[in-house]
Design a protein around this ligand. Structure first.
Ligand SMILES: [Zn+2]
Ligand SMILES: [Zn+2]
Length: 349
């Protein structure tokens, strides 16, 4: 079957506070050396797409999206034909340099990396280019809409939990646990034997947290001033072993260190407003032996472990599937945190 010349994309005219999203036809790109062309079936919508489109984080392409699932339909000159027709996932890490000192330790933090939807056109289009080395193979048993949230939400949580270096039985607090990222984090943490203390708001978010395996749930709207004390009291009275701060809300970052016990860890994952600064007392850090860890996405080995958890039925993303044309409405829902689980766009059948 021949490939079309033109395709539909969700075009962001001027990424920033006044960004608008318009659907337009653009050319189907051709894969260069090391690249493949993927015909996308679905794409998840991540909160960081919102950050990129509306200017909280830099975006230099016009097409956002980084949780794409589809089929390889063309390969670059030096890429093996074996990849043709394979079912793959396109994620945030489009390509790392693979050569620098950082890549030798953890390529997901390569300072020279390219990212889908940041500086390389992302997955809110019918056909996208991907680097053959950084694709994930998607097992046939996992439906596309279920696989999509693993590609950023799932792998982000898996990587953050590995970097938190916790042991079975440890307490981990997840603020924002009922969202797209959060509920996957609750499931993955539970599968690792951790005791999850979920924080979110409203009955829908509580239900998804509890269904995902959370031992405790606190509604931050109801608890407000007593939230820290309530968390500490269920975590042995001295606080949790770690807080995975996956929401960018400054209030969540502010209370995180008070929720951990001595030797506890704060893992920073959620993107706060760009001007926000975390005020920390170095004295408190040294005296309590605290650690602050940054984590973006997980690596290939984390992804294969995560796929195994999905195949074993231990991780199952809750998704709401929307037609591609509803991306602007989905962005509004993300803004108001009214999606329980992950929004996934049906790009094409
Ligand atoms: Zn993401
Ligand atoms: Zn590198």
């Amino acid at each position: 079957m021949g490939l079309p010349q033109q395709q539909l994309c969700a075009w962001v005219e001027t990424p920033g506070p006044d960004a608008t999203i318009a659907f337009r036809d653009i050319e189907v790109p051709k894969p260069g050396p090391g690249e493949v062309l993927v015909r996308l079936e679905v794409s998840g919508v991540c909160h960081s797409d919102h950050h990129s489109i509306y200017g909280n984080t830099p975006m230099t392409t016009h097409i956002a999206g980084h949780e794409g699932v589809g089929i390889v339909v063309a390969v670059g000159s030096d890429v093996s034909d074996d990849l043709l027709h394979s079912r793959v996932g396109v994620s945030w890490l489009h390509r790392a340099c693979g050569k620098c000192e950082i890549c030798k330790v953890d390529y997901t933090h390569c300072p020279h990396q390219d990212n889908s939807g940041r500086n390389v056109p992302g997955t809110f289009q019918e056909y996208c280019l991907a680097d053959a080395e950084y694709l994930f193979q998607i097992p046939a048993e996992i439906p596309a809409a279920i696989a999509a949230p693993l590609l950023c939400g799932g792998i982000t949580m898996y990587g953050a939990l590995v970097r938190a270096d916790l042991r079975a039985g440890d307490f981990v607090v997840i603020p924002g646990a009922g969202g797209g990222l959060g509920h996957l984090g609750v499931q993955i943490a539970t599968s690792m034997g951790l005791q999850v203390i979920a924080i979110d708001s409203g009955p829908d978010k509580e239900a998804i947290c509890r269904d995902s395996g959370a031992c405790h749930f606190f509604d931050f709207q109801k608890s407000r001033s007593s939230l820290v004390e309530e968390v500490r009291s269920v975590a042995g009275g001295i606080g949790a072993h770690a807080v995975l701060c996956i929401t960018g809300a400054p209030s969540a970052y502010e209370s995180a260190l008070a929720m951990v016990r001595s030797l506890g860890k704060l893992v920073c994952v959620g993107i706060p407003p760009s001007s926000y600064r975390l005020a920390i007392s170095p004295f408190e850090i040294l005296v309590r032996g605290l650690r602050i860890i940054g984590s973006t996405v997980g690596n290939r080995s984390h992804m294969s472990s995560l796929m195994d958890l999905v195949l074993q039925g231990k991780v199952r993303p809750t998704v709401e599937v929307y037609p591609f044309s509803e991306l602007p409405e989905v962005m509004k829902k993300l803004e108001h945190a009214t999606i329980a689980g992950r929004a996934v766009l049906q790009i094409q059948k």
